[in-house]
Ligand binder design. Structure first.
Ligand SMILES: Cc1ncc(COP(=O)(O)O)c(C=O)c1O
Length: 361
């Protein structure tokens, strides 16, 4: 596999890539590469130890400050990955006597984090938090409401203002995983922008965003009030007992953030590509799931047929992965088409033509 981009090499074959979460084309952006090359000679590669020992470099501290400023958060704490951020933060904050309401389609790392807290919990039907308000009303501990902002398999979005209101009404802490929303929604600021703009009463809100998707690097950041950040530094086991993120990963994320923030051009280009693809698909009679995000699933249903279509597309030079159970519910195998700011309109037109040709396999 070559470097990320709209066109990549897979096992020696050049293909147009519709599988990547590098939504803004930052993973191999020339400016990011140049910045990393220059920082690596100063900082070396590995962090060498956990952040609480000597693993925290000035670059990591700068990244926390910059992301907090960009999203309007009080503070930010850097983890080595989104998986570690979720599985460390949730059990650090949630006690055995608390209650957690969480979306049925949440990412595995959120589920693992909730389960390891040993708190009572209920998984509510996808996007329907109202169905668990009664249980929250009965809870005697602290309530938590946990959801992804943009769901990674369907490309649909959580009703963030409704979650915010529900959390405020039930005195719940709102925990949002913005792995796929940051850099994409809310003019790039993701869930922070959407939640910040509502006039609702604000519950305590914690947002986890990953640096390995729209920012094209690796790692994750938890945005939280300063007192929560301080608590996590003392209590989140995946922060305390983990070798810190290599400083050059922080440098790559910092550079990507700067490129993104200058004039929002990559974010706007991504939105244009999403609109272009959806309109081409509609004209061609292809029925996509109702998603306005870069994740555009084309439902196939049958596992084997989904694999077959993916294989045919690959033979024609398009890399599109079939997603099957257990990642998605039985009978909902699909092609997960992910769009990026770096796709050209010709590449989008060609994909739609290829999808049409393979539709009736
Ligand atoms: C919704 C969601 N949360 C968390 C993660 C984990 O992030 P990371 O890949 O940085 O561990 C992912 C990544 O696949 C994700 O899609």
């Amino acid at each position: 596999m070559s470097a990320q981009g709209a066109e990549i090499e897979v096992e020696g074959r050049r293909v147009i890539n519709f599988t990547s979460n590098d939504y803004l084309g930052m993973a191999a952006h020339p400016r990011v590469i140049k910045r990393v090359q220059s920082e690596v000679s100063r900082h070396g590669f590995g962090a060498g130890s956990a952040a609480l020992l000597s693993g925290r470099s000035t670059l990591q501290a700068e990244l926390e400050r910059e992301i907090a400023a960009y999203t309007g958060a009080e503070s930010a704490l850097l983890f080595s990955s989104g998986y570690l951020a979720n599985t460390g933060t949730l059990p650090a904050l949630i006690g055995k006597s608390d209650f957690v309401a969480h979306d049925r389609f949440n990412h595995a790392s959120l589920i693992d984090g909730v389960l390891s807290s040993k708190a009572a919990h209920r998984r509510y039907p996808h996007l329907e938090p109202a169905t668990v308000t009664e249980s929250m009303g009965r809870s005697r501990g602290q309530n938590f409401l946990v959801s992804e902002s943009l769901f990674s398999m369907d490309g649909d979005q959580a009703p963030l203002p409704e979650l915010q209101t529900t959390a405020a009404e039930h005195n719940a802490v709102l925990y949002i995983d913005d792995a796929h929303g940051f850099g994409v929604t809310g003019d790039g600021r993701g869930a922070s922008a959407i939640l910040g703009r509502t006039g609702n009463r604000r519950p305590t809100t914690i947002i986890m965003l990953t640096l390995g998707k729209a920012l094209g690097s690796a790692g994750a950041v938890v945005l939280a009030p300063a007192s929560v950040r301080e608590y996590l530094v003392q209590r989140a086991r995946t922060f305390i007992y983990d070798t810190a993120l290599p400083p050059v990963c922080a440098a790559a994320a910092l550079e990507a953030l700067e490129i993104m923030a200058i004039d929002n051009q990559p974010v706007r280009q991504l939105q244009t590509n999403i609109a272009t693809f959806r309109s081409l698909a509609k004209e061609a009679g292809l029925v996509l799931l109702d998603s306005t995000t870069p994740i555009q699933p084309l439902m196939i249903g049958d596992d084997r047929q989904a694999l077959e279509v993916s294989k045919k597309l690959y033979q024609q030079g398009f890399y599109v992965r079939a997603i099957r159970p257990p990642t998605v519910p039985r009978g909902t195998a699909r092609l997960r088409i992910t769009l990026t700011a770096t796709h050209t309109s010709v590449q989008l037109e060609n994909l739609v033509a290829a999808l049409l040709a393979t539709r009736n396999l």
